[in-house]
Design a protein around this ligand. Structure first.
Ligand SMILES: *[C@@H]1O[C@H](CO)[C@@H](O)[C@H](O)[C@H]1NC(C)=O
Ligand SMILES: *[C@@H]1O[C@H](CO)[C@@H](O)[C@H](O)[C@H]1NC(C)=O
Ligand SMILES: *[C@@H]1O[C@H](CO)[C@@H](O)[C@H](O)[C@H]1NC(C)=O
Length: 226
């Protein structure tokens, strides 16, 4: 499932910076770093939607290694009957941080992921419920399949992810519109850039129906359910 999803992601990204592509199960934006640079930090803020029912959803902010996104440092929230918060340096395991940052519908969540350009052995993910100042700062070791000396940090991600069981249709709970605000991605030289012009992705059913419409602005990414 993940391989399939990222195959379509890569095809989309090969077309250029302003492009649209359809990922099987996620919607959002991927900003590519300029050729001579990389990202050290990516941030975004979103309001937790009111979700019900069985389909699972997660909302996350990340730095990916390359546009293939094989190694992705991320933090955010997951709905799976209940709301939880998490950090992960994929493909390593997810760490549930709900005890530190409980989540409720209507909460404003800010995620900041950082990998210093000087030493990529450890990434930092900060997940914060800004409304009540509940915050978790997690330092995560680089996954064992990645080399800190050569890890690129070329993709900034703001994503809403749906899920499907193997061979089944993607399932999407009603989420309305999820808006990432205060989106920024900091380059190794300290310059911050926003998601305008990033590649956008939509949640797609296997028979072609599109479940989302994603738009980007200078500092925002909006994912509207259709
Ligand atoms: C993830 O956790 C499972 C079960 O706890 C364990 O078997 C597996 O080795 C872990 N994987 C990684 C990459 O840490
Ligand atoms: C986060 O903020 C909301 C207010 O929007 C509050 O209801 C909720 O309890 C907060 N969660 C935590 C864990 O502080
Ligand atoms: C930082 O790097 C970017 C991309 O290479 C470049 O456009 C920008 O001008 C640089 N900023 C500074 C202050 O050097």
């Amino acid at each position: 499932m993940r391989c399939l999803a990222f195959t379509s992601l890569v095809i989309g990204l090969l077309i250029g910076t302003a492009f649209a592509a359809f990922d099987q199960n996620r919607a959002g934006a991927v900003l590519k770093a300029p050729d001579d640079s990389s990202f050290t930090s990516v941030a975004g803020t979103f309001t937790v939607p009111s979700l019900t029912g069985n389909p699972k959803l997660s909302i996350w902010v990340a730095i990916g290694d390359t546009l293939q996104q094989d190694i992705v440092l991320k933090g955010g929230i997951t709905y799976s009957g209940a709301l939880t918060s998490f950090v992960e340096w994929y493909p390593s395991n997810t760490t549930d941080i709900t005890a530190d940052v409980p989540v409720r519908a209507g909460d404003s969540i800010t995620v900041t992921v950082s990998v210093p350009s000087s030493d990529k052995a450890t990434g930092t993910v900060i997940v914060e419920n800004t409304t009540q100042s509940k915050k978790s700062t997690q330092e995560i070791p680089i996954p064992s399949n990645a080399d800190p000396a050569t890890l690129p940090s070329l993709a900034a991600d703001w994503f809403v992810q749906a899920y499907q069981a193997a061979g089944e249709l993607v399932q999407v709970p009603r989420f309305g519109t999820i808006s990432f605000t205060q989106c920024s991605a900091t380059l190794a030289n300290g310059t911050s850039i926003g998601p305008q012009g990033a590649g956008v992705f939509e949640i797609q059913g296997t028979s072609g129906q599109i479940y989302s419409t994603t738009t980007t602005t200078a500092s925002g990414v909006s994912v509207r359910q259709m």
